[in-house]
Write a protein that binds this ligand. Structure first.
Ligand code: ARG
Length: 345
């Protein structure tokens, strides 16, 4: 059998190739106020102005930390590719970043699926990824590019069916890929402030023929966006969960998780600086599993390090706090392209 260059269907088999985001020219995403208020911390709402770059010092340090993270991965023998640098501050409509690649792209078997983002500030983000899409297509992968952004950018916010109190309606398919976690033939996802039911249907269409099923869980978080600070599988049979975002009962409803052990994540230490402009301190959970015995975690997350060691997982500590300021940690800033599934069931 010829080896597929793109082949990643879970979050823990040995990682062989990965995309690591780039932070250059990242800006506060400018979205309608109601979207901002439903997704990001209140103290930074006013920063979400058109073409407002994140502070220069933070972006410079985030770039350094991402480069260092990429080097750590390369030194582990993993092939690393990076998106193209795009100047998000000078696009005709305001943009955000190409650092949070997990929001944008998911991989299932040999398919690369680009998210039909709900945020208008992500409308130009594909510019950063198109070269990678072409590269992988040339290697035999199937790429499902996002549908063209709708002319009516407000369609998702007008009247229409809403799920719970989330800000978007169901007028067109919308999801961010980070609202989904892959466990081989099951993908666990959530409806959120950026993912709606037709978005889930769109994902299911892209998965047709793979035998992969999407199962939804309910978040406890009214500001829910992105599931990768809620559940983190560490290996077959073991995951950590965020007790403030999801209940064990909710996880127990998922057939694929029958017999799994669920460990509550340690509460994160509060932090003033560098600021969490876009998320909570629960990014502590947003780790990158290298293989069932090793995971990359933030250098200062001692409690998490101890917890992983207790479960036979060696933490690899990498500094990443400036990247957190832009909205995510190791999981958010990566897309697994290939994991070695040959040894798993
Ligand atoms: N919404 C989560 C929180 O604030 C953070 C999720 C970040 N994930 C991402 N893929 N950008 O706790």
């Amino acid at each position: 059998m010829t080896e597929q260059v793109v082949n990643a269907s879970n979050e823990w088999d040995p990682l062989q190739e990965v995309i690591v985001g780039v932070a250059d020219h990242s800006c506060f995403p400018f979205e309608p106020r109601i979207v901002v208020e439903n997704t990001v911390p209140a103290r930074y709402w006013d920063e979400h102005r058109p073409h407002n770059p994140f502070p220069e010092e933070i972006v410079a340090k985030a770039c350094e930390q991402l480069d260092n993270f990429a080097k750590v991965l390369t030194d582990l023998g993993i092939t690393v590719r990076r998106p193209k640098v795009v100047d998000f501050s000078s696009l005709e409509t305001p943009g955000y970043t190409a650092s949070m690649v997990r929001d944008a792209i998911t991989v299932a078997q040999d398919r690369i699926i680009e998210a039909p983002y709900s945020w208008r500030s992500r409308n130009h983000e594909s510019l950063a990824y198109e070269d990678l899409f072409k590269h992988y297509e040339a290697q035999g992968a199937k790429v499902y590019r996002r549908p063209p952004p709708p002319a009516d950018v407000d369609a998702l916010l007008g009247p229409g069916e809403r799920h719970r109190e989330y800000v978007i309606n169901d007028n067109r398919p919308a999801f961010d890929a980070a609202d989904f976690i892959r466990l081989d033939k099951t993908i666990i996802g959530q409806l959120s402030n950026t993912t709606n039911r037709s978005g889930v249907k769109h994902l299911e269409k892209c998965l047709e023929g793979t035998g992969i099923e999407v199962v939804l869980v309910e978040s406890l978080d009214s500001h829910a966006f992105h599931i990768d600070a809620t559940i983190t599988p560490l290996r077959e049979g073991l995951l950590i969960y965020n007790p403030t975002y999801i209940t064990v009962e909710e996880l127990q409803k998922v057939e694929r998780l029958k017999g799994w052990k669920f460990i509550p994540a340690p509460f994160p230490k509060p932090r003033e600086y560098p600021p969490f402009f876009m998320s909570s301190a629960w990014l502590i959970m947003n780790i990158l599993v290298i293989d069932p015995k090793r995971a990359i975690i933030e250098a200062e997350d001692d409690h998490l390090a101890d917890l992983l060691l207790e479960h036979g997982i060696t933490p690899i500590r990498v500094p990443f706090q400036y990247v957190h300021s832009l909205g995510g940690s190791f999981h958010c800033t990566t897309v697994d392209i290939r994991r070695d599934h040959s040894t798993s069931a």
